[in-house]
Design a protein around this ligand. Structure first.
Ligand SMILES: C[C@H](O)[C@@H](O)[C@@H](O)C(=O)COP(=O)(O)O
Ligand SMILES: [Zn+2]
Length: 215
């Protein structure tokens, strides 16, 4: 796909993320895999001000275009693409319920079968490291090797998928799971969970679930 089309899709996804209530202010960032590197939102820029020319190309060596500054989190986006060859889009946000669970430093357990959308029986919580650091990207790499989404301790959420639409959908689903977890956690701890065998069945069913529309 052409660069400008992808850049427009990134901006539209950012705006939709805010409309869905998953983010606020200049928090969060979004990228797509592109020509061996990625196209990513610029750092510290309100989404409603973004135009296609603001989107930054970062190559495989972490070099970016002159005159543009990519998201401070380009390293963890790169780590996701390295950890997950199936991922073509990465969404990061500070969604309230995901961030609240991350402050508790807990994974989201299998409280609902939809946990399987993340590729396993939990949504993990990657250990804290300062934003924008290589250390944080190393934690993300480890957490995302066998998952499509992870919480970031004291920070937020990362979700990846084969395209932007699905990555945002996944981020929204995980926010719903986090909300369910906090709601039930207020009543009982530990919260009842589904057994691993049931999640394995759901993971298998998800492989053929849903309408397949050619893109
Ligand atoms: C301090 C930043 O907001 C940090 O939290 C980062 O993770 C983020 O979400 C937005 O940073 P960028 O604007 O640099 O993408
Ligand atoms: Zn962040």
């Amino acid at each position: 796909m052409e660069r400008d089309v992808l850049a427009r899709e990134i901006i539209d996804t950012c705006l939709e993320m805010t409309r869905l209530g998953l983010n606020q202010g200049t928090a969060g960032n979004i990228s797509v895999r592109y020509q061996g590197g990625m196209l990513i939102t610029p750092t510290g820029t309100p989404y409603e001000r973004l135009t296609e020319s603001n989107i930054v190309f970062v190559d495989a060596d972490g070099q970016f275009e002159e005159g543009k500054i990519p998201s401070s989190e380009w390293r963890f986006h790169q780590a996701v693409y390295q950890a997950r060859p199936d991922a073509n889009a990465v969404v990061h946000n500070h969604a309230v319920h995901c961030t609240a669970v991350s402050i508790l430093n807990r994974p989201i357990p299998a409280i609902h079968y939809m946990i399987a959308v993340g590729g396993g029986n939990t949504i993990p919580c990657a250990p804290y490291a300062t934003f924008g650091t290589k250390k944080l990207s190393e934690h993300v790499y480890e957490a995302m090797r066998d998952r499509k989404a992870t919480l970031l301790q004291h920070h937020g959420l990362i979700a990846c998928e084969e395209n932007l639409q699905k990555a945002l959908w996944l981020a929204h689903e995980v926010e719903v799971l986090a909300r369910l977890y906090l709601t039930t956690l207020a009543i009982v701890d530990p919260v009842p969970v589904l057994p691993d065998e049931e999640i394995a069945i759901v993971l298998e069913k998800f492989k053929s679930y849903g309408l397949r529309i050619e893109e």
